[in-house]
Design a protein around this ligand. Structure first.
Ligand code: NDP
Length: 300
């Protein structure tokens, strides 16, 4: 009988979980496992933060090592990769299933996977695509990217699905972090455009930002579908495939955007770097392509 099988015979019949890190995210995760009757052992560097969860049924551990010893499935949700190394320095990870939900770079995730393997643990890395209020609320649409040990994911998939949806993106432990950062990077690009748009209208007394917002949201939603065409062009290598608004036309339009910013008293510092890349691609590859060639310019 494996340690896991033994654990599944706990009174609730649910897999015991150890959780290290009771910040905003860790606390939200913890509550969902408690609500689903999973025996939960918790540890936090600052012990006071565990008190409320202990009142709700969690078992406190005196140290991270003690917490790790309590369950086969050990979930870590700390500030950054360095805090994970610090917290687990004294823990015996042999035979453990370590799930690291701390945000890291892909390289840090791969190194942490190797570090865990050397200590005898199976390793799964996670990238959380949700904020704490979305945890335990399936209709909020939050989920976690996972990558690393397939066996670990398959064995504990049900337990990991308690706080949020799960999306396994492969054995490379760095790929959850890469998916996470790629999606968030796209989000920041979108925010940049949104902030520029609000700046453009902000001095116009007769345009209410609250009335403008739904127009903006609808437009961004309509444009978001364009990612599929970009993907198709990248896969085929033909950036003229299915092009609707070719590069020459789009570059010709950029002075209008810059002049409008100038007239509205708005800095174009968020727009200009992208327009510069469009102009460079036009000069290098001609005007018949879509905007997709900008991807190639970014590759170093
Ligand atoms: P918090 O700042 O609320 O909590 C940070 C946690 O890390 C605390 O438990 C803190 O302990 C602990 N910690 C920090 N440094 C150390 C250390 N050196 N050794 C041990 N423990 C340490 O952050 P969140 O809970 O919000 O975030 C946790 C992770 O989840 C991060 O990687 C974050 O990027 C990720 N995440 C968060 C989201 C969010 O919206 N909050 C969204 C998606 C991902 P102490 O209480 O002692 O300070």
């Amino acid at each position: 009988m494996t340690a896991n099988t033994r654990e599944k015979t706990s009174t609730s019949g649910k897999t015991p979980v150890t959780l290290l890190g009771l910040g905003a995210m860790g606390t939200a995760l913890a509550r969902t496992w408690l609500a689903a009757d999973h025996p939960l052992t918790v540890w936090n560097r600052t012990p006071g933060r565990a008190a409320r969860l202990v009142g709700e049924g969690a078992k406190p551990a005196g140290s991270a090592a003690e917490a790790v010893a309590a369950s086969t499935l050990v979930v870590v949700c700390l500030l950054d990769d360095a805090s994970v190394g610090e917290a687990l320095a004294e823990a015996d990870l042999a035979g453990k299933d370590l799930v690291n939900l701390t945000t890291t770079t892909p390289a840090q995730a791969r190194a942490r996977a190797e570090w865990a393997r050397e200590r005898g643990a199976r390793y799964l890395d996670g990238g959380i695509m949700a904020v704490p209020p979305m945890i335990g609320v399936p209709e909020a649409g939050g989920y976690v990217f996972y990558s690393g040990s397939t066996e670990l994911f398959e064995e504990h998939g049900e337990t990991l699905a308690v706080p949020a949806g799960t999306r396994y993106v492969g054995e490379d432990a760095g790929h959850a972090a890469l998916h996470d950062v790629a999606l968030l990077s796209a989000m920041y690009g979108m925010f940049a455009g949104v902030h520029h748009a609000f700046a453009l209208i902000s001095k116009e007394e007769s345009i209410d930002p609250v009335t403008f917002a739904p127009l903006l949201a609808e437009w961004l939603s309509a444009m978001a579908g364009g990612v599929h065409l970009t993907a198709d062009q990248l896969r085929s290598g033909d950036y003229t495939k299915g092009v609707v608004s070719h590069l020459a036309m789009q570059v010709a339009g950029t002075p209008t955007f810059l002049a409008t910013a100038e007239q509205q008293g708005v800095s174009a510092e968020l727009l200009r770097p992208y327009f510069d890349l469009m102009a460079r691609r036009l000069a290098e590859a001609g005007g018949e392509e879509d905007l997709t060639g900008v991807v190639d310019l970014l590759l170093r």
